[in-house]
Write a protein that binds this ligand. Structure first.
Ligand code: HEC
Length: 155
């Protein structure tokens, strides 16, 4: 192979690989956009549904009673995390009045923590699961009650 043909071959190879890279780039971007748009759309729908579910499960006297009866021994009557059981737990119960932490958790995350227990959401197992004790609606109203205690919303 002489020098000239080698150079021509080299240039061709570079041209082809640039073309391939360009096609790959186009292919990716034109394929991804509709998916991303779709994902956003469903996210919004799910969020809206969640929002309306949260609204209907408003805090009633029953919610406060449930909290006092089932949650207060660890979380405290006023939710400060100072219940009668609190000193005996390895991990301290959450202070439900602490807005700077609770703002970082979505309503869904709080709902899951109450329904499925601490372990299911990457928290301590000494937070029990309540799915066999309460209806989803009661759990949603508990989430709203906690939002009342912290006087905060998910950011
Ligand atoms: C046996 C004690 C105990 C009882 C009873 C209890 N909890 Fe907890 N709870 C905990 C502990 C401990 C944590 C902290 C877990 C952690 O930070 O890893 C916690 C955390 C939480 C969290 C925060 C989860 C998060 O994202 O960090 C919520 C919400 C919660 N509890 C709600 C409730 C509600 C509502 C009830 C009553 C239905 C209840 N808990 C009853 C011990 C308890």
């Amino acid at each position: 192979m002489n020098k000239k043909t080698f150079l021509e071959l080299l240039i061709k190879t570079i041209q082809v690989s640039m073309l391939l890279a360009f096609m790959f780039f186009l292919g990716c971007s034109s394929e991804r956009k509709p998916h991303q748009a779709q994902a956003k759309k469903t996210d919004v729908i799910v969020q809206k549904e969640l929002q309306s579910m949260m609204d209907v499960s408003s805090v009633t006297e029953k919610t406060r009673q449930v909290y006092r009866r089932y949650c207060a021994q660890c979380h405290g009557v006023k939710g400060h995390g100072d219940g009668i059981n609190a000193p005996y737990l390895v991990v301290p119960p959450r202070d439900h009045t602490k807005s700077d932490y609770l703002e970082t958790r979505s309503d869904q995350q709080l709902f899951d923590a109450i329904k499925l227990g601490g372990l299911a959401v990457g928290r301590a197992p000494c937070m029990p699961a309540w799915e066999h004790t309460f209806e989803s609606e009661t759990i949603r109203s508990l989430v709203n009650y906690i939002r009342e205690l912290c006087n905060c919303k998910a950011l």
